[in-house]
Design a protein. Structure first.
Length: 343
């Protein structure tokens, strides 16, 4: 099942006795665990009915699961960093331990909910993950994208009595990335600086949010292609001073110019903006920005700009030119090209 399925089960009070939480989205995983705690751990005894075990053996897990809850109906047992479920945690448990635990998972007491919590993905070839998956207890917390992430942003902002439209939420994702932990921090910041304004704007995001490397490179390509030399050099120098590798920045800049080239070709063939957004896998507002940026350029000029970046990358990788100064040389060459476009 996915995260949405689990939250629905939680809402309906139809929990099973054993789960495996795994996947790339750690924030969502921790959020699910927090809501599970709120559902099961009740006063007055509260924390006495909650056990968190770090890489326990089979006997410890069984012993804790068998403990009767104090003045409550439920006990929650959380197992972290377990070698029963992950290779990355070290050498696996013995076959006998795995067999004992796999057998016990079929007869966990009704009062206990046992959760194996994996950082990232579990090792699916191990006996315990396979057994939990077979019983329907595997919950996959994958990175949230698209409409689901936009809805989540709107929901989080509603906790601060703020609203956001789809286009602005899209802009926030593009600017800050898809990591939900990062986004939750940026949401708190943007809600705080928006003051009495109920609706969050792109200006609010620009004023306070920390931008991703990819966004900064997008900004760099916009400045370079627009012939804004001072701004382009400032962005480039800031990225280098932040420790970003020149080759990585070259690669990202190359990707931006490839998108500009493809956008120009698609517009020339009368492809709609919405179709271009789908083909390039970018939000609609990015297509609008690309279209405005490439307006002075011909397809052949954009092709030449793209070739400059490919030639620079090849030159560094083949040893013909040093990496030091390679990005700067490419950016200055592209700025000269943009000056010719203006003429």
């Amino acid at each position: 099942m996915n995260a949405a399925d689990f939250f629905e089960i939680l809402k309906k009070d139809s929990l099973s006795n054993c789960y495996l939480f795994e996947g790339e989205e750690e924030y969502l995983k921790e959020s699910a665990l927090s809501q599970l705690k709120q559902k099961l751990i009740m006063p007055p005894m509260g924390e006495l009915n909650l056990s968190t075990l770090i890489d326990p053996d089979d006997k410890e897990i069984i012993s804790v699961c068998e403990t009767i809850p104090l003045m409550a109906d439920s006990r929650l047992v959380i197992v972290r960093e377990s070698r029963f479920i992950q290779d990355s945690a070290g050498r696996s448990k013995t076959p006998q331990q795995q067999d004992n635990l796999a057998d016990y998972l079929k007869k966990i007491p009704k009062h206990t909910v046992l959760v194996f919590f994996a950082r990232g993905k579990s090792s699916g070839n191990r006996k315990i993950p396979r057994a939990i998956k077979k019983a329907g207890g595997q919950v996959l917390f994958n990175t949230m994208t698209g409409s689901a992430l936009i809805k989540w942003i709107a929901k989080e902002l509603s906790k601060y009595n703020k609203k956001i439209d789809r286009a602005t939420a899209d802009y926030m994702i593009f600017s800050c990335g898809q990591n939900m932990l990062v986004l939750s921090n940026e949401i708190a910041k943007v809600a705080a600086i928006s003051g009495e304004n109920e609706v969050i704007s792109t200006e609010d995001i620009d004023n306070i949010c920390t931008k991703t490397r990819e966004y900064k490179v997008f900004d760099l390509s916009d400045a370079v292609s627009g012939g804004k030399s001072a701004r382009a050099i400032s962005i480039m120098n800031n990225l280098i001073s932040e420790g970003e590798p020149r080759m990585l920045l070259l690669s990202l800049l190359q990707r931006q110019y490839r998108q500009m080239l493809f956008c120009a070709i698609l517009l020339k063939s009368r492809t709609s903006y919405s179709e271009i957004a789908s083909i390039l896998s970018v939000p609609p507002f990015v297509v609008n920005k690309l279209a405005a940026t490439i307006k002075p350029y011909t397809v052949s000029q954009l092709k030449r700009a793209y070739e400059i970046l490919i030639e620079t990358e090849y030159g560094v990788k083949s040893g013909e030119i040093p990496e030091e100064g390679s990005l700067e040389k490419a950016v200055f060459t592209l700025l000269l090209l943009s000056e010719k476009v203006k003429q």
